[in-house]
Unconditional design. Structure first.
Length: 215
């Protein structure tokens, strides 16, 4: 099942699920989660919803992995009203968010061009003791630069550099460039120096932009 989903052969995965049911066996939560992730992550939202309904019919209770997949699918479809409803459902069941469900929420609000809500959910993530993973930073950093919130972009880059996460060097360099262009050279240099220090698992070879020559 997992192999079919990883290869993108989702119809073959569903055929295998049907074989399981024909043999009188009951698919478990792991099986359903594998299918949910496969469909929702590959843009087949309607099929993902069918699997979700089948899971509920079989009295298999969704867990955080199930909800993370569903949130990702909804966010990709820009169904943010439904996302809010699902978050409320999770809260009512006492299901805590994980890094992947938070990323789905943040990504959804980025897709909606709602910077304040994306920032708010990033704050909620830290407040609830859930450390962001690489995808959160790769989603938020360019969005912060686009929106002109260089203070937030600077903070995000500092968090990346002082963690064990590895992102594309060009992502942090874009913040260095933006800071320098706004004459915030001290902050730009701080990122360059921190990146070179490589105090954790990775160092970044960042450069301050060369000032334009006087004509």
């Amino acid at each position: 099942m997992k192999a079919f989903c990883e290869m993108g052969s989702l119809d073959s995965a569903v055929s295998l699920l049907n074989d399981i049911k024909r043999k009188g066996l009951e698919p478990d939560l792991i099986t359903f989660n594998t299918l949910l992730h496969g469909f929702y992550a590959n843009g087949r939202f309607v099929d993902g919803e069918r699997i979700w309904d089948l899971m509920k019919e079989r009295n298999v209770e969704p867990n955080i992995r199930s909800y993370s997949a569903k949130l990702f699918g909804m966010a990709s479809e820009k169904r943010m009203n439904d996302v809010v409803r699902v978050v409320e459902e999770m809260n009512s069941k006492g299901i805590k968010h994980d890094p992947f469900s938070y990323h789905a929420l943040i990504r959804g609000f980025v897709n909606e061009d709602d910077f304040e809500k994306a920032k708010r959910w990033h704050g909620e993530m830290w407040k609830n003791g859930c450390k962001p993973h690489r995808l959160v930073f790769e989603t938020l950093i360019p969005f912060a630069v686009e929106k002109g919130d260089l203070a937030f972009a600077f903070k995000l880059c500092k968090d990346v550099i002082h963690s064990k996460l590895v992102v594309q060097e060009a992502l942090i360099q874009s913040v260095v460039d933006a800071l320098a262009n706004e004459s915030r050279v001290a902050e730009a240099k701080e990122l360059v120096d921190d990146g070179e220090a490589g105090r954790r698992a990775h160092s970044y070879k960042l450069k301050l932009p060369t000032p334009p020559c006087n004509a």
